[in-house]
Every structure is written in structure tokens, then in C-alpha cells.
Write a protein that binds this ligand. Structure first.
Ligand code: BG6
Ligand code: MG
Length: 214
């Protein structure tokens, strides 16, 4: 086997919460008259909540915002986002993802999460993966978000597996960069795959079962 562990990003890889992030930011941006579309949204993938807000505010033309006002905007977005998360259930874990996870585990690989999201524990619980992973490194245990490698380096440390034996799975260009900076190989889906950011750029997450064999 080419790898001993696979570290998965969460939003946009394990489940489609990336779409809920987009809708919540869109509602906030529309309310303030800030232009916001899917192209800008792709820049938010993998990026922390406050850093995402700063990217959206690049097109804000109103009076300067205080740090407190920015905190309020981020809270407003997160409240909207959490409303969507509350509706999630095990039905939001795609079959191809669950089957791939089980197949990788069946090959003896350790499985971890490496996500910038502070909502990670809640989402994993909603989709029935609360106790599934061997390690969870997320927005609650890092100080620097992707493209900094911290979240993946910590996941590898939690697993006790060297970086060059870990494969990162990402949908974000920033996340692929984070994996590479952490000394890991990266398999991409979605936007990152379209941009050719990975060592492998997949059409389906099922391809992982072949990739890990080397
Ligand atoms: C990442 C998402 O997983 O988590 C980003 O790709 C998001 O879009 C980031 O901003 C932080 O998420 P949260 O849930 O802590 O606001
Ligand atoms: Mg993602």
C-alpha cells in the first residue's frame, strides 16, 4: 500500500455543506448589497470563517466596519448556516462516500478529518460519523487555516503516521496547497480537481481505492 492513512477535508468532500456555506454567505452579502457569486465563493473553500468574510468584504463599498461589526456579520452567517446543518441527517452522507470510507478502512488504512470548520463535530454527528474517524483535526484545534498545513500536520500527529504516508483528499485549491506544504500527496475532487490542484484529480471519490494501492 502506498499510504497508511487518508485525511479527508469535510465540507465539499464528505458532504455537500459547501453549498450551505455558499447560500448563507450569499444571504448575508445580498443583505449588504455586496456582489457575491460562485467564483468568489470558490476562493472561500478551505478558508476560515473570518478570513472568508474579509474576502467577501473586498467588494464592500460602505463605511468602514469595526471588528465588532465584523464579528456580528460572521455570527449572522454562522446562524444561517447552522439552520441548514440542523436539517442534515444520515441521508446527507452520499453512498459513494460511505462505501469508499469503509473500503479504505477494510484495507487497513487509518482515516482522519482535516477541516478548517469549527462546526465539524456537529456535522459529523448529523451525518452519522460522530465516532467513525481515527482522528479529527478541525477549526477548533488550529490557529492558522488552509493554505497553512497546520490542520493536516496535526491530523497526522494525532494518527502517529508520518506525512509522506498520508494522503489528503480536498475540494479546495487552498486545501491542496495545505496538504502539499505539509509534505503530503493530495487527491482532489470538485473545484480543486477542475483546477488541476491535486497529484490526482478525480471525477469520483471512489477512485481513492485504486490510488492508495500505488
Ligand atoms: C471550511 C470551508 O471547511 O470551513 C470554508 O471550506 C469555511 O468555506 C471554513 O469558511 C470554516 O467553517 P466554519 O463552519 O467554522 O464557519
Ligand atoms: Mg472543502
Amino acid at each position: 500500500m502506498k499510504f497508511d492513512a487518508v485525511i479527508f477535508d469535510l465540507d465539499g468532500v464528505i458532504c455537500s455543506t459547501d453549498e450551505y456555506h455558499y447560500k448563507a454567505w450569499k444571504t448575508m452579502a445580498d443583505g449588504m448589497g455586496i456582489p457575491f457569486d460562485r467564483t468568489v465563493n470558490n476562493r472561500l473553500r478551505g478558508v476560515s470563517r473570518m478570513a472568508s468574510l474579509e474576502i467577501i468584504l473586498e467588494k464592500y463599498k460602505g463605511p468602514a466596519l469595526s471588528p465588532e461589526q465584523k464579528e456580528d456579520l460572521a455570527r449572522e452567517k454562522n446562524d444561517l448556516y447552522r439552520e441548514s446543518l440542523r436539517e442534515m441527517s444520515t441521508a446527507d452522507l452520499p453512498e459513494e462516500v460511505k462505501e469508499t470510507l469503509d473500503a479504505l478502512r477494510g484495507k487497513g488504512l487509518k482515516l482522519a478529518i482535516g477541516s478548517s470548520s469549527k462546526n465539524t463535530p456537529f456535522i459529523l454527528g448529523q451525518i452519522g460519523l460522530g465516532n467513525y474517524f481515527d482522528a479529527v483535526s478541525d477549526g477548533n484545534n488550529i490557529t492558522r487555516s488552509k493554505p497553512d498545513p497546520e490542520v493536516f500536520v496535526k491530523a497526522a500527529e494525532m494518527l502517529g503516521i508520518p506525512a509522506d504516508r498520508c494522503l489528503v483528499v480536498e475540494d479546495a485549491v487552498s486545501g491542496a496547497e495545505a496538504g502539499h506544504r505539509g509534505g503530503m500527496m493530495v487527491a482532489c475532487v470538485g473545484d480543486a480537481a477542475k483546477n488541476g490542484a491535486g497529484d490526482w484529480n478525480m471525477e469520483s471519490i471512489r477512485e481513492l481505492t485504486e490510488i492508495v494501492k500505488g
